[in-house]
Design a protein around this ligand. Structure first.
Ligand SMILES: C[S@@+](CC[C@H](N)C(=O)[O-])C[C@H]1O[C@@H](n2cnc3c(N)ncnc32)[C@H](O)[C@@H]1O
Length: 215
């Protein structure tokens, strides 16, 4: 497992310069006519849900990447600490956040936060590290602190084969973890860990989003 997690880190380090093309649907990620509008509507739905959730105070963003969501969080919260394993992605993130280069499977928070946020990260957490990851989240929360996540829509089944082969623009291939959670599956998996999450799927099923708190 540690081999695939190292490969996953390397994949995102190498992908850093092209990562935003996926989100903004540019270059090789450009949509066919008619596909962009439903995507944009789902992006707007997830962004509006985050705003309505009301990130405030001190926010921790895990696996923050190039900062697509960090930039929104710094507008909404008092202070954002953004953690990512790779210097290559953090170099593209906003300097308005406190950037920390660390592996979330090894890092332990030195302070407590009002909100822990992660986008397109939970689907990269293997079952073997799932409980450990959520114990890090729990240890990062202030009493009454909350969690908000955004991720891929339920295209498959989280209990299926976790591994996926991804290709960079230059053709290099990397094996990573990718698990497609449905809201019901995730809620069921989270309950014994002591988190009550209200997670939904966007109208056009591109994304999963929602939040909650530790019980
Ligand atoms: C799919 S990207 C998501 C980036 C960002 N959250 C977003 O939504 O744009 C996954 C991110 O996880 C980071 N990452 C991979 N393995 C990690 C680890 N073990 N600890 C911390 N970050 C990691 C990668 O560098 C990458 O930035």
């Amino acid at each position: 497992m540690s081999d695939v997690l190292s490969e996953q880190k390397r994949y995102y380090a190498e992908r850093a310069p092209e990562y935003d093309d996926w989100w903004y649907r540019r270059g090789r990620y450009e949509f066919e006519p008619g596909e962009k509008e439903p995507w944009d509507a789902d992006v707007a739905e997830a962004e509006a849900a985050l705003e309505a959730f009301g990130p405030c105070g001190l926010v921790l963003e895990l696996a923050a990447g190039t900062g697509i969501w960090t930039r929104k969080l710094v507008r909404l919260a008092d202070q954002v600490v953004a953690v990512d394993a790779n210097a290559e992605t953090l170099a593209l993130n906003t300097q308005e956040a406190d950037l920390v280069q660390a592996d979330v499977f090894e890092w332990r928070p030195a302070e407590r936060f009002d909100l822990v946020f992660f986008s397109f990260w939970l689907s990269h957490v293997p079952e073997e590290r799932f409980d450990q990851f959520w114990s890090v989240v729990r240890s990062a929360l202030l009493p009454g602190g909350r969690v908000f996540l955004v991720d891929s829509g339920p295209l498959g089944d989280a209990s299926n084969d976790e591994r996926q082969v991804r290709q960079l623009a230059d053709g290099r291939e990397f094996t990573i973890i990718k698990r497609y959670w449905s809201p019901a599956q995730l809620a069921t998996r989270m309950r014994p860990l002591g988190f009550e999450l209200d997670v939904r799927v966007t109208k056009n099923r591109h994304f999963l989003y929602g939040g909650g708190s530790a019980t």
